[in-house]
Ligand binder design. Structure first.
Ligand SMILES: NC(=O)c1ccc[n+]([C@@H]2O[C@H](COP(=O)([O-])OP(=O)(O)OC[C@H]3O[C@@H](n4cnc5c(N)ncnc54)[C@H](O)[C@@H]3O)[C@@H](O)[C@H]2O)c1
Length: 264
C-alpha cells in the first residue's frame, strides 16, 4: 500500500458536506449543519420536511456556508436518495461531496409485544437502511477522489438495549448502524474514505416526544451522571472534528456522547 499523507486531507473542508435530518429546528442535523456552515464549508441539507429545510438553509447561509443546497428526501427510499444526490452532483456551484453526516432518524416507543413487523421495519428502513442508501450513493465519488468521511448517528440504545423514548426496534436499528460503519471502515481501508458512528444520549432535542420541560426534564437530568443534558453544539464539535482535516486517522469507531450514562 502506498503511504498516504495527512496533508492531502486538508482539502476535505472545501468539499460539500451532506447532512441528513437537517430540518428539525432544535435537532442534531441542524446543529451539525450550522457548525460546518460556521467554518465556511459548503453544505447540502437533506430531510423529509421541506419547510424546516428552508429555515435550516437560511440559517446556514447566515452562518457563513460557502454554498447551501437543500433536497427533500425520504432516506428510506433509495430512488429518492439517488435523485437528491444526483441533484447535488449536478449543481455546478457545488464542490464534490466530501462528507456524509447521516442524522435522519426516528425513535419508536412501542413495547416489543405490541410492535408489528411494519413498525419494526419502518424504524430499520429509516435509521439503518437510510444510512446504507446514503453511504452507498456517495461512496463511489469519494473513492474516485480518494477522500471522504462518512459519519452516522447511532445511539446509546445500541449498546444498552433501548433509549429513553425507544425500545428494541430502535436499539436494533442503531446496532445495525454501528455494524455498517465498522464493516464499511474495513471495506474502504486505505482508500482515503473513513467512517465513524456517534452514540449520543440525552441531547436536548425534540426526538424524545417533544421538548423536554418541567418534571420530565428533571428526570432526564437526574439520570445523566454529568448533571445536565447534552447540546447539539457539543455534538456538532465532535462531527466537525470527524469530518475535518484532522479526522482521518480514525475509522470504524463509535464515539459515545452521553454525559456518562454509559461508560466504556
Ligand atoms: N437527541 C438525542 O438524544 C439522540 C440520542 C441518540 C441518538 N440520536 C439520533 O440522532 C439523530 C438525530 O436526532 P434528533 O434528536 O436531532 O431528532 P429530530 O427528531 O429532532 O430530527 C430528526 C430529523 O430526521 C428527519 N427524518 C425523519 N424521517 C426521515 C426520513 N424518512 N427521511 C428524511 N428525513 C427524515 C426528521 O424530519 C427530522 O428533521 C437520529 O438518528 C437519532 O436517532 C439522538
Amino acid at each position: 500500500m502506498t503511504e498516504r499523507s495527512a496533508a492531502d486531507e486538508a482539502r476535505i473542508g472545501e468539499l460539500t458536506a451532506v447532512v441528513t435530518g437537517a430540518a428539525s429546528e432544535r435537532g442534531i442535523g441542524r446543529g451539525v449543519a450550522l457548525r460546518l456552515a460556521r467554518q465556511g464549508r459548503p453544505v447540502a441539507l437533506l430531510d423529509l420536511d421541506p419547510v424546516g429545510l428552508e429555515s435550516a438553509a437560511a440559517e446556514a447561509r447566515a452562518a457563513g456556508a460557502s454554498h447551501v443546497l437543500t433536497a427533500q428526501v425520504d432516506v428510506s427510499d433509495q430512488a429518492s436518495v439517488d435523485a437528491a444526490i444526483t441533484a447535488i452532483e449536478r449543481d455546478p456551484a457545488a464542490p464534490p461531496i466530501g462528507a456524509l453526516v447521516s442524522c435522519a432518524g426516528i425513535a419508536d416507543p412501542t413495547p416489543f409485544l405490541e410492535m408489528t413487523s411494519q413498525n419494526f421495519l419502518r424504524t430499520l428502513s429509516i435509521n439503518t437502511l437510510g444510512t446504507f442508501h446514503l453511504a452507498q450513493r456517495v461512496l463511489p465519488g469519494m473513492l474516485e477522489q480518494g477522500l471522504g468521511r462518512i459519519v452516522a448517528m447511532s445511539s446509546t440504545a445500541a449498546q444498552d438495549g433501548g433509549g429513553n423514548f425507544s425500545t428494541s426496534a430502535y436499539a436494533a436499528s442503531k446496532a445495525g448502524v454501528e455494524g455498517l460503519i465498522r464493516g464499511l471502515a474495513k471495506e474502504t481501508a486505505g482508500t482515503g474514505v473513513t467512517t465513524a458512528a456517534i452514540a449520543p444520549a440525552n441531547i436536548d432535542t425534540d426526538i424524545m416526544g417533544g421538548r423536554l420541560e418541567g418534571e420530565r426534564r428533571e428526570q432526564f437530568v437526574a439520570r445523566t451522571p454529568v448533571g445536565r443534558l447534552g447540546t447539539v453544539e457539543e455534538l456538532g464539535e465532535l462531527v466537525a472534528f470527524l469530518v475535518g482535516p484532522h479526522g482521518g486517522f480514525t475509522t470504524g469507531s463509535t464515539y459515545n456522547l452521553n454525559g456518562g450514562l454509559r461508560v466504556g
